[in-house]
Design a protein around this ligand. Sequence first.
Ligand code: ADP
Ligand code: ADP
Length: 210
Amino acid sequence: MRIILFGPPGAGKGTQARLLEEREGYTQISTGDIIRSAMKNETPVGKEAKAYVEKGELVPDSVVRKLAEGAIADEGYDDFVLDGYPRTTQQAEWLTEFGAAHDAPIDVVISLEVPDDVIVDRLSKRRVHTKTGDTYHLEHNPPPDDVDPAHIIQRDDDKPATVRNRLAVYREETAPLEAYYEARGTLVTVDGVGGIEDIYDRITAALEAA
Ligand code: ADP
Ligand code: ADP
């Protein structure tokens, strides 16, 4: 199955995509993770992306498109969960064309619905492991005791000023994609508030029904 996990920054896309990878064998394709790794390794893409990511802006469509399509091709065009792609109408249209060209259309778009106050709480208390990329939340999903605290950091773009911009960008550029996928008949909305396991159960139920 080809799945998109859709929703605002902090909705829980990465958390749920990882669970689907671990438990159901899907491959998580996170353009955010790919971009952060490129920035860390100072590749040409990483150098180009840096200024955008730091300001909470979107990286140009043409750059992200190559990353996403490359990752989908590497996975053999199936059994993946896109996490954080597409984020603009242009990206969505390209993805539809790409799917048609490879006989690999998106089967279902799961939209995680989370109100703004919950998002701000989740992003301000999100912490990540510098080596594994594992994501934690200071209260709801704290790092286990055997994890070295020296490796647990806050993402620079999770600081309040950048978060405000990311949410504005989401509303302006990304939120309209819900209507795009609704019109294509692939959108399923899932309540994203609740425990991580409860939301996982809602998502797997939605995937079974799709
Ligand atoms: P979050 O987990 O908060 O939704 P991501 O890790 O997905 O954030 O993305 C981090 C940053 O990487 C974004 O703010 C943006 O700068 C860049 N990025 C990731 N995916 C895309 C995309 N599809 N299009 C443009 N920029 C992207
Ligand atoms: P996204 O990939 O959509 O930006 P993440 O999966 O990184 O979102 O989650 C954002 C933050 O919220 C992280 O700190 C994560 O541990 C936490 N989180 C994820 N799902 C839940 C949940 N159901 N309840 C509480 N906190 C959650």
